[in-house]
Design a protein around this ligand. Structure first.
Ligand code: BGC
Length: 419
């Protein structure tokens, strides 16, 4: 037990202050996000890349069977999706494969060969007619400067990926080369998609009025349809927002990361980093003699561990770790709400209309209390407008959205086979 006034209780209290984000602080950050959005959209210097997706909202009438590849989270996914043409879809088949660590950091060609071989196995198991032609949407959830709906170069890796020979190259070309090396001739890559854009498009296929697609998982990001760009969906890459300064723990984490100096907002918010922030806090407390040093190397404490600590009944001896888990996850939820409010307020005139915010990702879906904390802070920031904002799950959106965008891009060409 750490009674009030004890050195541990006092340190936890000071940590709560170091990690606090109140409404006044959030409003300042919202102002900075708006400045960066303005500059990014105008092509000026900005930590928000504001990338065009070359895609607009779907009509809901897109139809046919499409394949989708989804690379960017913990698992790589291959899917076959049937679009009804009447605002509903069905995932006909899906495989998820954990990406081996050495492929994240090795040679990029091997990573793309892994994608191609997974697709090959998927096609084989589906018993597809070999003479069919299948449209495919490729969800590649990293910052990509698109030059068209199926072309774009990787600007930088995020989320711990460092595979060589990919940055600066067109990832669709790299995929197509890998498909050829594997002898897959029946697939045409019709769309390149960010996971946020897939999420927005999938929700908006089911019904009108979806304003934002958001990911709160391994990484974090959002997209929305920008009136200044004729309704084209803009991938903000909000994980790169640099107007949030963070504290000493954030700086230590950043300095030792695979991409120091970048994705500072993502490093304070997303699931890949929360466990490590908590571990660094506990290491600091151990140095002060307040707790035993946590076991294990960097990143050995994960957001799943934090999630279990917060979600289970208190057990003797886990009080401090639990409090730290709550502190870092609460800040993440507050920062996420702040960024959501920023994008909603950017289109302030539309706040009077009902709108859906579609969110996918394990933090939002699974972390105990995360959604509630986030929504409560969003309500505080939006005031009376909050009642028009409906935060909804968008599970599987990123892959399904890629299939829909492939359908749009190929003019809803029905497939000639049956995945
Ligand atoms: C990437 C984004 C992606 C987000 C969520 C970030 O690291 O830069 O493109 O949308 O993760 O997966």
């Amino acid at each position: 037990m750490n009674p009030p006034g004890s050195p541990v209780a006092e340190r936890l209290e000071s940590l709560r202050h170091e990690f606090a984000l109140d409404a006044a602080g959030a409003r300042q950050l919202i102002g900075r996000i708006h400045e960066e959005m303005r500059s990014g959209l105008a092509g000026g210097r900005s930590s928000l890349k504001m990338l065009s997706s070359f895609t607009r909202h779907p009509t809901g009438r897109e139809r046919g069977r499409y394949l989708a590849l989804d690379l960017g989270g913990t698992n790589f996914r291959v899917m076959a999706v049937e679009l009804s043409g009447e605002r509903s879809f069905e995932i006909l088949r899906e495989t998820r494969i954990a990406i081996p660590g050495e492929l994240r950091s090795g040679d990029g060609e091997r990573l793309f060969d892994f994608i191609a071989s997974s697709l090959d196995a998927f096609l084989g198991e589906s018993g597809l007619p070999g003479d069919g032609r299948y449209g495919l949407g490729f969800t590649f959830s990293f910052p990509v400067r698109q030059t068209g709906v199926k072309a774009g170069t990787l600007i930088q890796w995020t989320k711990g990926f460092t595979a060589g020979g990919v940055v600066g190259n067109d990832v669709v070309v790299l995929l197509e080369r890998a498909l050829r090396r594997r002898g897959i001739g029946c697939v045409s890559v019709d769309a390149l998609v960010n996971d946020t854009v897939g999420t927005l498009v999938a929700k908006s296929y089911e019904r009108e009025g979806c304003k934002l697609g958001v990911i709160l998982g391994t990484g974090t990001n959002a997209c929305y349809s920008e009136k200044g760009k004729d309704g084209v969906i803009v991938n903000m890459e909000w994980g790169g927002f640099a107007g949030f300064e963070g504290n000493a723990f954030d700086r230590t984490l950043d300095a030792a990361s695979a991409n120091p100096g970048s994705q500072l907002f993502e490093k304070a918010v997303s699931g890949m980093y929360l466990g490590e922030i908590a571990r660094l806090v506990l290491v600091g407390m151990a140095k002060e003699g307040l707790v035993a040093a946590p076991e294990g190397p960097a990143y050995s404490l994960t957001s799943e561990h934090l999630s279990r600590l917060v979600g289970s009944a208190p057990a003797s001896g886990d009080g401090v770790a639990r409090a730290v888990a709550e502190i870092v996850s609460t800040r993440s939820a507050h920062l996420a709400a702040m960024a959501l409010a920023a994008v909603l307020l950017w289109q302030e005139e539309r706040l009077a209309e009902d709108g859906v915010v579609a969110i996918d990702g394990s933090l939002f879906e699974k972390f105990p209390g995360y959604r509630e904390t986030m929504v409560a802070f969003l309500e505080e920031l939006l005031g009376e407008h909050a009642r028009n904002v409906h935060v909804e799950d968008a599970r599987d959106g990123s892959g399904v959205g890629a299939a829909i965008i492939a359908a749009i891009a190929s003019g809803t060409r029905p497939e000639s086979g049956t995945p």
